[in-house]
Design a protein around this ligand. Structure first.
Ligand SMILES: [Cu+2]
Length: 187
């Protein structure tokens, strides 16, 4: 990241040299590019249906997309694929069902599903895979921002919900992903 300005400067000087060699007027030196803004970061524990911590989410939100790492310790989840979504309210207090987190983040009433022609909704994310020991190390991206208009960190926050089954990315309302078995508050 910090190397970028010097690389740009080198590219700019090479371009000027090339122009000079062709005996064309040298262009004005470009204004030095501002270094890209550092992504916003956010971390939150993931809890299971007994309210026990099983891992964490780590979000980095850049100018164009959000990247979220999902880390779950051995024993954290049943092995296999699990649907994960951003739900509309940052409340994981009702651990038995996690229904306080409400439905998906979805400001424009899109259909659910990354593979749905009328989707996706803003809460949709790719599935994650839990290993045979129940651990997960995954990284997913989303265009839903962490802060600002339509953000996860709105007045009542949001939640990352992990479902019992995989999301087929098409059927309504949640792709057949089943029960909510883990939750992380984003607030
Ligand atoms: Cu969900």
């Amino acid at each position: 990241m910090r190397r970028l300005p010097s690389v740009l400067a080198l590219a700019a000087s090479s371009a000027i040299a090339a122009h000079t060699a062709l005996a064309q007027p040298a262009p004005a030196a470009p204004a030095e590019a501002a270094p890209p803004a550092a992504p916003q970061t956010f971390e939150s524990p993931i809890q299971n249906g007994k309210g026990e911590p099983i891992g964490k989410i780590m979000i980095r939100d850049g100018a164009s997309a959000l990247v979220m790492r999902v880390t779950i310790q051995p024993g954290g989840l049943p092995p296999g694929w699990h649907g994960i979504h951003f739900h509309a309210v940052g409340d994981c207090s009702d651990t038995a069902k996690f229904e306080n987190s409400k439905a998906h983040v979805n400001h424009d009433q899109s259909k659910h599903g990354l593979l749905n022609p009328e989707g996706p909704d803003e809460g949709d994310l790719p599935n994650v895979f839990a290993n045979a020991d129940g651990s997960v190390n995954a990284e997913v991206s989303s265009e839903t921002p962490l802060t600002g208009e339509g953000a996860l960190k709105d007045g009542d926050g949001s939640a990352l919900i992990i479902h019992a089954n995989e999301d087929d990315h098409a059927t309504q309302p949640i792709g057949g992903a089943g029960a909510r078995i883990a939750c992380a508050v984003i607030k």
